[in-house]
Design a binder for this molecule. Structure first.
Ligand code: CIR
Length: 252
């Protein structure tokens, strides 16, 4: 069960962040409204939500998930894979040190939290343009000391591992069809999203509720029929910047 979420307000120049999306330029006021809804939703679900100040020099800094990996025993401060994002993790460490022992990914390792999926004591680490072999190995070694087993997975396209797979509770993974033939995710129950709804794979489990992005009817229906307790949030402006629901918070 999560009790705390760290978030950060988007800065006015957030549209200057990194993106590969062709969905157009995002709107600042809409982004602020959507971000507020996100924060309010987490609060309504009982989380204590820490809202950090904007970092004007880092237009991607509200995607706080990428800056750390937090488990009950330890927080590992990431070394973001994108040069423009390196430094975002400094103020996150100042918060996390209040709650956890701190470990760090060190040069030449790089790692983004978006590549790390943890289900109980099983860790899936995506090797991507952002997370390299050294970063993955460092994380795996740190977590092994606490009894976690890691599996490394090549993220062939897409930004992060969690752009393609997320844990949604009830021993179930939500995945894109990229992994349909791949045995890497073992014995979990699997729900696949349609290709045209791939963005909705980045859904966020908060205790017994599943937050999904608004506007993905097939995913919504499928999850509803499978008995998931769904909340929808409009994520259009984050989507334009390649960000999803998990990216906007660090939960623990
Ligand atoms: C980036 O490219 O780094 C940001 N524009 C989006 C980061 C999304 N983070 C995530 O999926 N965990």
């Amino acid at each position: 069960m999560y009790s705390i979420a760290i978030t950060r307000r988007p800065c006015r120049n957030f549209a200057n962040g990194l993106t590969t999306s062709k969905l157009g330029k995002p709107d600042f006021n809409s982004m602020l409204n959507q971000h507020k809804t996100y924060v309010d939703t987490l609060k309504n679900l009982g989380l204590n939500v820490l809202e950090l100040d904007v970092l004007n020099d880092y237009p991607d800094a509200h995607f706080v998930e990428d800056t750390a990996v937090v488990v009950p025993e330890v927080a590992i401060i990431a070394r973001p894979g994108a040069a423009s994002r390196r430094g975002e993790e400094i103020s996150i460490e100042k918060e996390l040190v209040k709650y956890r022992e701190i470990q760090k990914i060190e040069e030449p390792g790089t790692l983004d939290g978006g590549d790390i999926l943890i289900v109980d004591k099983q860790v899936f680490i995506g090797l991507s343009d952002r997370t390299n072999q050294q970063g993955a190995q460092q994380l795996s070694d740190i977590l092994l000391k606490y009894g976690y087993e890691s599996k490394l997975i090549n993220v062939e396209d897409g930004l992060h591992l969690k752009s393609d797979v997320n844990y949604i509770g009830q021993t179930t993974l939500l995945l894109t069809k990229k992994y349909i033939e791949n045995p890497v995710f073992g014995n979990y129950k699997k729900i696949y999203v349609e290709n045209e709804e791939a963005y909705s794979v980045n859904s966020l489990l908060i205790n017994d509720k599943l937050i999904i992005p608004k506007g993905f009817a097939k995913t919504k229906l499928n999850l509803h029929q499978e008995g998931f307790n769904i909340i929808e949030i409009d994520m259009s402006e984050s989507q334009k910047m390649d960000g999803g629901l998990t990216c906007l918070s660090l939960r623990f």
